[in-house]
Structure formats: C-alpha cells, structure tokens
Ligand binder design. Structure first.
Ligand code: GUN
Length: 297
C-alpha cells in the first residue's frame, strides 16, 4: 500500500472532541445542554445497533440523549404526534427518525414534518435545498456527505479550485448532496451513475473520487488517477465461508491503494464520521437555538 490510509476513527475522535468542548461551553454560557431525540420503530436488529451507538455517543458528548422506541405496529398518526411533540420541546435541538420505517408507514411526510432547524439528519427539503444552493452556513448538512467532506478538506484544504471530483451515485441521501458540497468548494464535479457511459474513463479524470453505489469492490485500480484521493462510502456485507461474512466497500481497497494518494478503508473510514457529524449537527442546532455562533467542523 503506497496510499495514505485515512483514519476515520481518529478523524471522528477529533470532531467529537470539538463537539464535547462546544457542549461544555454552551452549558456554562447559556445553561443549555444540547438535546438529541432518536426515534426508532420496530425491532430490526441492525437499526437498533445503529440507534444504540447514536444514543450512547450523544450521552458521551454531554447531551440530553433521549430515545423513543415505538412498537412495530404504531400508526402514522401516532408517529406524527411524537414528532410534533419533539418539535415543540425546547429541550430537544435535534430529531432523528431512524430509517427504514416498517412498510405500513410512509417516511416522507414524517421526515418533512420535522422542523428544519431540528433536522440533524439533513433530510428535510429546506436543508437539502440550502445545500443545493450553496447556503452551507444556514441549514444542516446530512451527516455522511458532511463527514466525507471533512476528509476532503483535511487533505486538499477548503478550496478545491482546479480539482476534478467524480461522485459515483446520485441518491438524494448521499450522491446529490456530496456533489453539491464539492461544487460549493470550487471543485469541477461529475456525478456519475448506472447510466454513465465508460465509467472507468470518467473516474480516471478524478483527483477526488467518491464511490457510493453499493457494489462490492467495483472500483478497480485502473479506474484511479495516480495520486487521487478516494473516499469509499460503500458498506457491503460479502459472504466469505459458511456463517462468515466481511464488510467491504465499493472500492477494491488493496489494489486501488497502490495507485491512489489517499484512501478511506471500510470499515473504519466514512462510517465513524457519520455518527460524529450527527453530534456536530446537534451541537450546531443547539447553538443556533440560543442565537449563538456554532463551531465549524
Ligand atoms: N438509517 C441508516 N442510516 C441512516 C441515517 O443516516 N439516518 C437515518 N435517519 N436513518 C438511517
């Protein structure tokens, strides 16, 4: 491996350190603890694992950490009422409804009913719109693209003028906001997807290559421009042998690491950053609620 392997755990820890000191500052100056409410419906084990880590990290950051676990059979109206209660609760600055919801529930009206100022997932159209228009200081940026941008900034600085960035994937959850953030930082951005012609040659132009497609180890070494920065957003569970599986990204890590300048591993890259940026968004929301200038991440 000749590339620098970007340490997501260490980068996340540096974000968490800023969050903790910001939380201490807010409590001593304004007597307010950042409050995060995480809502989970049903008993999907993977979702519970994620939510437990989020709630635990919120407590560790010194937040008022609230978890609402609703039964699988909860109605749309009951879930709506809970979100409305949390919208009105001044001790809660961030609301996260864990997705996916059970099939009988429609997630869209629920997400759009969260007050944009409390939408720490950055999924409300108001927040998505601010990212799309380049208003990055007014709204809340969704956590995974925000985390990926921290890596990009630490390697290339704040100004990406003259650099080509390629994002593979065009989802509302990641690809679109990621492309918008890179563009706002002055990169020349291509958003590639399943209908792109000759994806390998498009990728070979990238100084910054971001993969978010959900196909295990799709990006190969000969797709990579020498010295490029590769951010791997994929999390794919692949079968190894009976009862055994392992997590791999969308990038063939070992071979691409021989060509790239810097690369994120899976696990231990983007993953730990997502939760750190959720904490960052919560502390930002709490500062704004108190009309104070939040820290930059
Ligand atoms: N499920 C998996 N990832 C996420 C996320 O980032 N936010 C929410 N709300 N649900 C998720």
């Amino acid at each position: 491996m000749t590339a620098i392997v970007i340490d997501g755990k260490q980068t996340a820890a540096s974000i968490i350190a800023i969050v903790k000191s910001a939380a201490v500052g807010l409590e001593s100056d304004a007597k307010v603890k950042p409050g995060l409410a995480v809502v989970i419906v049903g008993d999907d084990p993977a979702s519970h694992t994620y939510v437990t880590s989020k709630s635990r990290m919120a407590s560790e950051c010194g937040f008022n950490s609230i978890q609402h676990t609703l039964p699988e059979k909860v109605t749309q109206e009951e879930l709506s009422r809970l979100v409305e209660t949390l919208n009105q609760d001044i001790s809660i600055h961030g609301i996260l409804v864990q997705l996916p919801l059970p099939k009988h529930l429609d997630p869209e009206p629920i997400i759009q009913s969260i007050r944009p100022q409390k939408d720490v997932d950055g999924l409300h159209v108001v927040n998505a719109g601010k990212v799309a228009t380049g208003d990055l200081d007014g709204g809340l940026v969704s956590c995974t693209p925000a985390g990926a941008m921290v890596f990009v900034r630490r390697i290339h600085g704040d100004d990406l003028s003259g650099l080509n960035a390629v994002v593979i994937g065009r989802s509302n959850l990641f690809g679109k906001p990621m492309s918008a953030l890179l563009l706002a930082a002055n990169a020349t951005v291509t958003t590639a997807h399943s209908r792109t012609r000759d994806l390998p040659s498009v990728c070979r132009n990238a100084d910054i290559l971001v993969a978010a497609v959900g196909r295990p180890e799709m990006v190969k070494a000969d797709w990579v421009k020498p010295g490029a920065t590769i951010i791997d957003v994929g999390i794919n569970r692949t079968f190894v042998s009976e009862g055994k599986s392992r997590l791999v990204g969308d990038v063939a890590f070992a071979e691409c690491g021989e060509v790239a300048g810097a690369i994120t591993p899976v696990p231990g890259g983007v993953g730990p950053m997502t939760i750190a940026m959720l904490m960052a968004n919560t502390v930002i929301a709490a500062y704004r609620a108190e009309s104070r200038t939040p820290p930059k991440f």
